[in-house]
Design a protein. Sequence first.
Length: 249
Amino acid sequence: MSDSMSDLGSGFWNIRGSFRVGGILDVGAQCSLVRLNSGKFIFLDSYKLTGDVRDEVMALTDNGKKVEAVLNVHPFHTTYCAQMAKDFPEAIFYGSRRHREQVPEVNWSEDLVESNAVTSRYPELEFSLPKGIYYIAPDDKIHAGSLLVFHPASKSFHVDDTFMTPPMKILDALLPEVLLSPTTKAALLDEPDAGKQYCDWAMAIADKWGDTRNFCAAHTHRIEFKAGEFGQALKKAVDKARPKLEDAE
């Protein structure tokens, strides 16, 4: 999968690249670049920028000097953090507790990426942590939890693993879909109503961010939705999963 950078308008760019599992299967990776009202920039997630994409990013950001921060929003996406810190040494790096543990060579901010102290600094964006599931699951194979980010100006939704797109991109134009992480059930908290908490939260996201036009999901691809389609697609996915998730309580 070759690297690409898409301008989604209103100061939001989605960058897509490669991530090979076991050095063989390319499941893809992403990060997004956001221009703040101040004229500076932040990244959502880390990635190793190369070639034309790197040149374009550096041209936009005055050779990286205007990159204020990198917000690493998925606790289990740590592979490129150290490289990103080398590329943007003047930026503040925010991550979860797990980022600090897994990549100690990065000079992490004391403020966790999911904290109000961080999310309140960026009024250009809206954030949400899932309810009813682990943000950092005890099992390293369970990646359903992440910090979700919405950019109202461009109606772009950046998400890693919590919600996904189908692997068959060719079907998007006919039937754009949203999928829940296949590890969602395994990620449920040990609480009586965890499944209901999660489904109710996801339904609220479908209402709040239902007018998403650019759905940027990790490991699959980006989908462009028409007005109202995203909210309907997410509600359909939640309705389908709810009986199984609530039965697991």
